[in-house]
Design a protein around this ligand. Structure first.
Ligand SMILES: CC(C)(COP(=O)(O)OP(=O)(O)OC[C@H]1O[C@@H](n2cnc3c(N)ncnc32)[C@H](O)[C@@H]1OP(=O)(O)O)[C@@H](O)C(=O)NCCC(=O)NCCS
Length: 193
């Protein structure tokens, strides 16, 4: 059975296996530490007990997020990853994302949760859509580190991101107004009031 625990700086040395998956976002170490200092509620891990006698535990997944915006006050998921050997056991949907939603809804009381997912990450898209997230817009060239993207560029599932949102009750679906996969924008347009 999975348990939820706060993420600690030393856990960064025990998540390399998880981070080898090409769909997992890898960041410089200061990024994780900054999140831990500024948004401790939003950085946590799931663990599995391997041996009750020795009380040894293994990190099966983690989630990293933050709150941002004032008028568009919301929480943002910056990274979500589950170890390959613990996948398809609902650790993401029933443990990590469920807890993230509860903190967002009942503690921070935000309007919505958002995240970016590569358009070709079908597995993650399925996961988010299954639990109620909707595509708000397509961000052209979000993952393109080489060229300056333009709205005239054709869609490229490997370089574009879907900005997905889960509207919480107090938002009354306002944050999804005019949203959808045909709502295209550039990375520079992703700013929050
Ligand atoms: C995406 C990821 C986080 C899913 O974690 P998980 O704990 O295995 O997901 P869950 O068990 O909660 O799966 C929930 C749903 O997601 C979808 N899903 C998850 N894995 C899938 C797979 N291998 N194939 C098809 N659908 C899949 C299914 O709809 C599944 O529901 P179902 O099992 O009832 O069919 C995990 O595969 C991962 O770490 N991937 C690499 C990193 C990544 O893509 N992160 C998201 C970036 S935004």
């Amino acid at each position: 059975m999975s348990s939820l625990n706060p993420f600690e700086p030393s856990d960064l040395f025990h998540t390399q296996n998880i981070n080898l998956d090409p769909f997992v976002e890898n960041f410089p170490i200061f990024f994780y530490l900054e999140y831990l200092i500024l948004n401790p509620n939003y950085v946590f891990k799931s663990t599995e007990t391997l041996s009750y006698e020795q009380l040894s535990e293994h990190i099966s997944g983690y989630i990293i997020g933050k709150v941002e915006g004032s008028q568009e006050y919301h929480s943002h998921i910056s990274a979500l990853a589950v170890d390959n050997q613990y996948r398809r056991l609902k650790i993401s949907s029933n443990v990590l994302l469920e807890c993230f939603k509860n903190i967002s809804d009942y503690i921070s009381k935000v309007k919505f949760i958002d995240l970016f997912v590569k358009c070709d990450n079908k597995l993650a898209l399925n996961l988010y859509e299954n639990i109620g997230y909707n595509i708000y817009r397509r961000v052209i060239g979000y993952y393109d580190n080489i060229r300056e993207p333009s709205l005239k560029s054709t869609n490229n599932d490997n370089l574009d991101a879907y900005d997905m949102r889960l509207c919480l009750e107090r938002d009354n679906f306002q944050s999804m107004k005019n949203g959808g996969p045909n709502n295209r924008c550039l990375p520079k347009d992703v700013v929050f009031k």
